[in-house]
Design a protein around this ligand. Structure first.
Ligand code: AMP
Length: 297
């Protein structure tokens, strides 16, 4: 496995790569969610590239950039075990030299509502860094997790809008056995908050039940079913509970498919997001528990 720290060195590395390049961008502190993306890339591509970069432009000044968990040594050994060929590990100055001024700005509800309403410049930072990483790595396929559903929608839209030659692959959310979605930020949870954090998953399950059993066409009834679960856990401070169209992120006025059930909440010292998706054909994407993953030794 090659560890590359500069754009120039990565460019030189590309000469040795196979005809299909798979790319998994991450902010490090890797867990099985990240590794599921890497394993799929390993199956589908000749060369697998991962990046570890905690992107400052997607954090607001009051957010957790400075305390975001980091353990590069552990990340590198995990990347070795899943068979990554190349790890791009740039410094902040490498990606954002002092003269940097050019951003990619997604607009409209997709970037400004739901997560975008709570994190106003977040998707500008995400789109900017992902485009820069795509330019640097030039992957054929890029892998993202359904856990960050709005990020998936923003990047899919950017790839279409800017005519990028990359195929976006989206893989299911990986969950703990009690349903909590794996996240590097789960490390902020003390044991009491960790227990309370399962509320997000249980709220989504209640929303799914309401969505599938409701006789009347009433999205607010689905939201109320989710709210009832959240209301029972005082340690969960809700940011939003929403029902949206998965690609445009427009709010659904009717119970139609495809749809996303979205939740974001603060639990103890962590801010967590999660979602379930129902496809156009009515099948649900609710994620995979760790025990359900087929992990080759
Ligand atoms: P991050 O390091 O949090 O920026 O995440 C890097 C990639 O891993 C993104 O595409 C995330 O959506 C994905 N990811 C994070 N957590 C999970 C999870 N629990 N299951 C699946 N993918 C995930």
């Amino acid at each position: 496995m090659r560890i590359v720290k500069t754009v120039q060195a990565l460019h030189a590395e590309r000469r040795n790569w196979g005809s299909s390049v798979g790319f998994v961008p991450t902010m490090g502190y890797l867990h099985e969610g990240h590794l599921s993306l890497l394993r799929q890339a390993r199956k589908e591509c000749q060369t697998v590239v991962a990046s570890i970069f905690v992107n400052p432009t997607q954090f607001a000044p009051h957010e957790d950039l400075s305390r975001y968990p980091r353990d590069v040594a552990r990340d590198l050994s995990l990347l070795e075990t899943v068979g990554a060929d190349v790890v791009f590990l740039p410094t902040t100055d490498e990606i954002y030299p002092s003269a940097f001024v050019t951003y990619v700005e997604p607009t409209g509800p997709l970037a400004q509502e739901a997560e975008g309403a709570f994190r106003p410049h977040h998707f500008r930072g995400v789109a900017t860094v992902v485009l820069k990483l795509f330019q640097i790595v030039q992957p054929d396929l890029a892998y993202f997790g359904q856990k960050d559903a709005q990020q998936v929608a923003v990047i899919t839209r950017m790839v279409a809008d800017l005519h990028l030659w990359v195929t976006v692959r989206v893989l299911p959310t990986v969950r703990e056995e009690d349903g909590l979605a794996l996240s590097s930020r789960n490390t902020y949870l003390d044991p009491v908050s960790r227990h309370a954090a399962t509320t997000l998953y249980r709220a989504l399950q209640a929303g799914q039940r309401a969505f599938t059993t409701l006789s009347q066409d009433d999205p607010t009834a689905v939201i109320r079913a989710m709210q009832a679960v959240v209301a029972e856990e005082p340690l969960v401070q809700l940011d939003y509970l929403e029902l949206r169209q998965p690609s445009s992120f427009l709010t659904l006025e009717r119970l139609q498919t495809p749809a996303l059930l979205l939740i974001a909440a603060r639990v103890g010292a962590a801010r967590l997001i999660d979602n379930f998706m129902v496809h156009a054909d009515g099948t649900w994407e609710t994620g995979r528990r760790l025990s359900e993953l087929a992990i080759d030794p």
